[in-house]
Design a protein around this ligand. Structure first.
Ligand SMILES: N[C@@H](CCC[C@H](N)C(=O)O)C(=O)O
Length: 257
């Protein structure tokens, strides 16, 4: 069956978007999702997102990784979906929607989408890394030589290694630039490669850096390969609340496939 697909990107994390309010998309066809995301045989994307109706909220988000499997929360995808909902006329400037990790509030203004992320109250500090869940699981570790580091090889070793094993994790390598700015490169589970940006990843990095005392600011700038994102948050009783991921979400093209 033919679909109208829309392509969006958020700091280079790119997505195929489909308006599935009429339930036209076969959600069980993993191979078709992987084909649409394939950069040589399909459209090419880090993930595919369905916009669906919701009984009481503005819409529902269903997210698949490029490997075709439905996965946990995608922060950049959520921001792009808000821009897509605006393009479809589903929302104007504010949204409340449901994703796999719960309810999200969002605001869109001049192409910048602010997306409220999950509250985080558990952050594991290990000898050489931090692990936390910001809607998706994230391993965070420092890497001074971040520019020439082999993210794909080193990221895959951590993603498939103990304690994560097959279920895996996303892996973020971080370099401190200043008290409020960090450079991040991310290996993404389900893409099984480096992506140019990861929204739940930079959120994890911002909270990890604050927890480790690398910053005292509650507004962090994250330089990623595809641009710049910001994360703001409040800290209450060792818990991170009112966490917002902020950055551009851009329409690329529309096609019939
Ligand atoms: N690109 C995403 C993260 C998507 C989910 C991830 N690949 C996983 O399966 O855990 C983001 O922007 O957060």
């Amino acid at each position: 069956m033919e679909h109208t697909i829309y392509k969006y990107q958020g700091t280079g994390n790119d997505f195929v978007m489909i308006d599935n309010r009429q339930q036209i998309f076969n959600k069980k066809d993993t191979k078709h999702v992987a084909f649409l995301c394939d950069r040589r045989f399909g459209i090419g994307a880090d993930g595919l997102i369905l916009l669906e109706n919701h009984d009481s909220l503005d819409f529902k988000m269903v997210y698949y990784n490029a490997d075709g499997n439905e996965s946990s929360m995608c922060g950049n995808g959520g921001r792009c979906l808000v821009a897509f909902a605006k393009q479809l006329g589903v929302i104007t400037s504010k949204a409340v929607f449901e994703a796999i990790d719960g309810l999200h509030h969002a605001v869109i203004e001049d192409g910048i989408v602010k997306l409220q992320m999950l509250d985080v109250d558990t952050i594991e500090k290990h000898d050489n890394h931090v692990f936390l869940n910001t809607g998706s699981p994230h391993h965070v570790q420092f890497e001074e030589e971040i520019t020439k580091f082999d993210i794909k090889t080193k990221g895959a070793e951590i993603r498939y290694g103990a304690p994560y094993n097959e279920a895996g994790t996303n892996v973020n390598f971080v370099k401190k630039i200043s008290d409020t700015t960090f450079q991040v490169r991310t290996y993404e589970r389900g893409v099984e490669d480096e992506t140019l940006s990861c929204g739940t990843g930079v959120t994890a990095v911002a909270l990890a850096m604050h927890t480790l005392g690398e910053t005292t600011s509650n507004l962090i700038t994250l330089n990623v390969e595809g641009g710049i994102l910001q994360v703001s948050f409040d800290v209450e009783n060792n818990s991170y609340k009112n966490v917002w991921l902020i950055g551009p979400a851009t329409y690329v093209f529309k096609a019939l496939i």
